[in-house]
Structure formats: structure tokens, C-alpha cells
Write a protein that binds this ligand. Structure first.
Ligand code: SF4
Length: 287
């Protein structure tokens, strides 16, 4: 538990930092879930209490590095969970295959969950199929896709395990995204940047994963759309088809419709007008 003890004393700038907790009254402190989480973390008996430590895995650089970091530091880790929208890039599915083998070798359970509905959740459509049937596309504004296809399936599964604590792989250079007080953010706590994550993966001898996320993700930059067009034209065409199928013609994936966007994607053109999109902050999509 040495790793966990150190983690709990690191200064992580979350809304409930240890300093602000100190300022709370004893009564409030007892009510605080975060405090309870940290007390458990400090309590070496937590393993006996059967609290499960779970890594929310996305198949990208940060969560892969976090997995290696946790294992190498002998941090408590019972389960790696991945919520599959059915629309990740082929490279991400390759990474997941490798990580499953890694987890098996380390005796860590790896579980894949899906969005489902119907009696006993029998129907498990991909996000694409869900959108196509309803003539819509994922929305940056409402983030329903992240909730339905990432957060809810994971939470539903974790409920069956009893008490759990989740690790989320935000690097220290994106600490502003760490908004959910009940989660643990070891990369931030240990001041590991995105570059540090890449180093961890290289040291482990793994290939650097591509950026994870659905190929129909509205959080993609123009550059990501261009990469998709150049490397996976079939998937780009599918995304364009979905956009054209959308009943609300004002809703598009990027700043303009994909059919217009792609006209600037010459094979030799490295000069594209990109824009910054604030990332999805749910912590489950890793976009
Ligand atoms: S990766 Fe993007 S499209 Fe996929 S669920 Fe998350 S926000 Fe939605």
C-alpha cells in the first residue's frame, strides 16, 4: 500500500484538495465522499474491505501509461475496464488486444462493457448504428454519447462489484480535466506529463497507441479528420454518410460539413486551418 499512501498525500488540484478539506468542519468532513475515499486509501485494511480498484481504460496513450505505472509501482489494481462504442479506430482495437494479453500475464482482470438496451440489455448497438437509426450524430454540446456509451455501461458494471475506486488517466498537463472528486488521478498526483506517458510506454516495449476515441467523435480537430481521411478513407466516408443522414442539417461534426472539409485534404498539404476543441471532460472518452 506504500504507493497508495504516497498518492493520497500528493497535492492534486481538484475541487476538494486536502487543504480545502482541512478547512471543512468535522461534521462536513465525515460526510465527504472524497474524504472517505482518501481514508480508505490510507487504510491498509482497504483490501480486506474488498474495495475494488479499477482502471478506466480507453486504449490511448494516457490510460495505457497509467496501467503500466500502476503495475510497476505495485498499486492496488483489480480490474481494467473498457467501454466499447464499437467505433474505435482499428489501431485502438489492436492496442486493446495487446493490453488484454498484458493484463492476463499480470493476473489482472480485463472487462469490456457496451451500451445495451432491451430485456437484459440484449441489444448492443454500436454508437454508429444508434445514431444512424435515429438520424443524429454525436454532439459536442450535450455529450450524450459519452454518457450513454462510455460512462453508463462502466458505472452499471461497477455497481455489481460493490465499492470501487476508479483510476483515471489524465496526465499532469491536463489537470484541469480532473473534476470528479471520487476518482483518483495518479498521473497528475505523480506529475507525469503526456511526454512522460510516452516514455513509460516506450520503456515497457509497447508501441505508442494512436489517439483513442470514436472515428465519429465531434471532439476531433480538423487535423484528426484529415488523418482519418488519409489513413482510413472508408471510416471517413462512413462518418460523412452519417452526417448526411442526420435529420438536422445544421448539425455537423466539425466547423463545416465533412464533404466541404475534405476538399482541403490534399495528400501533400500539411497546411490546414486547425482549431482547438476543448476535450470531453467526462474522463471516460479520453478524447
Ligand atoms: S469518443 Fe467522442 S463520439 Fe465517442 S463516446 Fe466519447 S465523445 Fe462520444
Amino acid at each position: 500500500m506504500r504507493y497508495a499512501e504516497n498518492l493520497s498525500t500528493c497535492k492534486v488540484k481538484t475541487p476538494d484538495s486536502p487543504k480545502s478539506m482541512e478547512r471543512r468542519s468535522r461534521k462536513d468532513r465525515n460526510k465527504s465522499d472524497l474524504c472517505k475515499t482518501r481514508q480508505r486509501y490510507k487504510n491498509p485494511l482497504c483490501v480486506e474491505e474488498k474495495i475494488k480498484y479499477v482502471l478506466s481504460y480507453g486504449g490511448g496513450v494516457n490510460s495505457t501509461a497509467l496501467l503500466f505505472h500502476l503495475v510497476n509501482n505495485k498499486a492496488p489494481l483489480d480490474l481494467v475496464i473498457f467501454s466499447d462504442t464499437g467505433n474505435e479506430l482499428p489501431e485502438t482495437y489492436e492496442t486493446i488486444k495487446e493490453i488484454k494479453v498484458y493484463c492476463k500475464n499480470k493476473d489482472i482482470d480485463f472487462v469490456t462493457v457496451h451500451f445495451g438496451y432491451g430485456l437484459f440489455d440484449i441489444v448492443k448497438p454500436s454508437l454508429y448504428a444508434y445514431c444512424y437509426a435515429r438520424k443524429l450524430i454525436p454532439s459536442r454540446m450535450f455529450r450524450w454519447c459519452s454518457y450513454k456509451f462510455k460512462i453508463r455501461p462502466i458505472k452499471k458494471y461497477l455497481k455489481t462489484l460493490g465499492e470501487t475506486i476508479q483510476y483515471i488517466g489524465f496526465a499532469s498537463d491536463e489537470s484541469k480535466r480532473a473534476k470528479y472528486k471520487d476518482n483518483l488521478y495518479p498521473l497528475i498526483a505523480k506529475n507525469i506529463t503526456r511526454k512522460g506517458c510516452i516514455d513509460i510506454i516506450k520503456d515497457e516495449g509497447f508501441n505508442i497507441p494512436v489517439k483513442s476515441g470514436c472515428f465519429i467523435c465531434p471532439y476531433q480537430t480538423v487535423k484528426s479528420w484529415r488523418d482519418l481521411y488519409l489513413n482510413h478513407k472508408d471510416l471517413f466516408d462512413k462518418a460523412e454518410f452519417l452526417e448526411n443522414n442526420c435529420s438536422n442539417k445544421k448539425v455537423v461534426f466539425a466547423l463545416k460539413p465533412l464533404r466541404e472539409l475534405k476538399s482541403g485534404f490534399g495528400y501533400n498539404s500539411n497546411k490546414i486551418d486547425d482549431y482547438i476543441i476543448p476535450p470531453c471532460e467526462s474522463g471516460y472518452c479520453f478524447t
